[in-house]
Design a protein around this ligand. Structure first.
Ligand code: TTP
Ligand code: MG
Ligand code: MG
Length: 489
């Protein structure tokens, strides 16, 4: 039997657990830029129709007392690691498939822990006791049904599809529930009068393959309850990527280059932290009209340095003819393997080998500084304000942008305003910071979209001795002739 375990409203549940003020309240985890989207919504927020991937402004329209909390990925990753460790106490065959879900094959564990439902109950109880979080579990003879089952009685659900129940379950299972069936396939299936997985049984493999390609063959098997995919313990991640929706659409090469560099560094750091190397780099560009394009390239050898990833990402970017403003930029790496995996050595060291090694040692040093301080204390010169192009100059392609941020929490010490001033001067934005009567702090930041986005990110962290609970930002008109940053009293 296979178990599929998925945490309930994961990011939101972690925040609600850690902050009593958020409990039983409509909460979303989201960025704070005007174009941010909801990454998850608490079940209280879902009652207002709010869901993952909904733009934040729309979520606010659904619920006027919505509480918005910035994501703390480090905390969620740590909780995820502990959840996986708990599941692994019951069976060694655990396959994490995302930050909040895993498959577990419990064949052979029954003498030790009891029947499947009892094992599932024990896992639920252990996660609740250790982490005060609830999850939903699906139990089925095959992986794809276990996943569908875990979603059926959320939150805090337990759904068991036994071997005997499986044929009837398949007969009635709406086809849209099958992972991989998109809207296009749905339309084609409606034409064939296929509405449930059971309906697929009328068609032979040749016709299904003709209509749906390789996926048709999988459907042929699934509708007979056959799913050959096995639970793969600790499956290696297939890719790592990072992307940024820009605070405002851009049309200049320099800013795009800086965003790509920031992403390449993030992806490279993630890769090295996991002890991996990659053999392929890709970029994603989404334009202001929401069309998007991707490019990827296989590398000659396995790489993990940010510099190498950036070099390839940039050359891929240069191949794209940019005719529209850019809304989002992403960098990804794939064809991953452990850095310790055996590789075919060249007889002669390839050209640039020494430089590659040097960059890798720079990365190691920068990574350890990042680990120690939890943020970028060292960045390439091109990302330092002194090296960035002055606003409004250099062809006038970089537009200025301005935001007003209201920061609440333990933020009103003079230290907070001083630190904001220092950060603003370092990043090179103009504007001001001042205390508001209600205990929060108001700040205005004006500069290039990238600079403003960095200040916004800084606000979420805040000064060392402060505690930032919420940051609300809104875009405001650019203030002419404002060139410095000041503390207002
Ligand atoms: P999910 O398991 O899809 O969702 P969930 O755990 O929030 O809620 P559910 O009870 O329905 O399972 O995703 C796990 C986490 O991944 C989620 O808490 C936040 C993150 N996530 C995003 O960042 N963006 C997204 O679009 C989705 C779907 C999830
Ligand atoms: Mg979940
Ligand atoms: Mg999930």
């Amino acid at each position: 039997m296979i178990l599929h375990i998925d945490m309930d409203a994961f990011f939101a549940a972690v925040e609600q657990r850690d902050n009593p003020g958020l409990q039983n309240r409509p909460v979303v985890i989201s960025g704070n830029s005007p174009r941010a989207v909801v990454s998850t919504a608490s079940y209280e927020a879902r009652q207002f129709g709010i869901h993952s991937a909904m733009p934040l402004f729309q979520a606010r329209q659904c619920c006027d007392h919505l509480m918005v909390v910035p994501a703390d990925m480090k905390k969620y990753s740590e909780n995820s690691r502990r959840i996986m460790a708990i599941i692994s106490q019951f069976t060694p065959l655990v396959e994490p498939v995302s930050i909040d879900e895993a498959y577990a094959d419990i064949a052979g564990c029954e003498t030790l822990f009891g029947p499947p439902s009892a094992i599932a109950m024990k896992i639920k109880q252990a996660i609740l006791t250790d982490l005060s979080l609830t999850c939903s579990i699906g139990i089925a003879p095959v992986k794809f049904l276990a996943k569908i089952a875990s979603d059926m009685n959320k939150p805090d659900g337990l759904t068991h599809i036994s071997q005997e129940q499986m044929p009837q379950f398949i007969q009635d299972l709406p086809i849209r529930k099958i992972p991989g069936v998109g809207t296009r396939a749905m339309k084609q299936m409606a034409i064939l009068n296929i509405h449930t997985l059971g309906d697929v049984q009328r068609f032979d493999a040749a016709l299904l393959t003709h209509k749906f390609g390789k996926f048709g063959l999988r459907l042929f098997q699934l509708c007979r309850g056959i799913d050959d995919t096995r639970v793969q313990a600790q499956a290696l991640r297939k890719s790592i990527s990072g992307e940024t929706t820009l605070a405002a659409d851009i049309f200049d090469f320099q800013t795009a280059k800086e965003v790509l560099l920031t992403q390449a560094r993030r992806v490279g750091r993630d890769l090295r932290k996991k002890g991996l190397v990659c053999r392929s780099v890709s970029i994603k560009i989404k334009f202001s009209d929401f069309t998007q394009t991707t490019r990827s390239r296989k590398t000659d050898e396995h790489i993990c340095s940010s510099e190498a990833i950036f070099g390839i990402a940039l050359s891929l970017f240069k191949q794209v003819v940019i005719q529209k403003k850019i809304r989002l930029l992403g960098v990804g790496v794939s064809h991953l393997q452990s850095k310790d995996a055996p590789v075919q050595m060249e007889f002669l060291q390839p050209a640039g080998h020494k430089i590659k090694r040097q960059w890798e040692s720079v990365d190691r040093a920068v990574d350890s500084i990042f680990e120690k301080f939890g943020r970028d204390m060292v960045a390439p010169a091109v990302l330092q304000p002194a090296f960035t192009k002055p606003v409004g100059k250099g062809g006038g392609m970089t537009e200025k942008t301005c935001i007003k941020a209201v920061i609440s929490g333990k933020v009103q010490g003079v230290f907070f305003r001083m630190e904001t001033l220092k950060a603003a001067q370092k990043i090179g934005v103009s504007g001001y910071v001042r205390n508001l009567a209600d205990g929060s702090v108001e700040a205005v930041f004006q500069g290039t979209p990238d600079q403003v986005a960095r200040m916004e990110k800084w606000c979420h962290k805040g000064a060392p001795a402060s505690r930032v609970d919420l940051v609300f930002t809104e875009k405001i008109p650019v203030i002419p002739d404002r060139h410095s940053f000041e503390i207002r009293y």
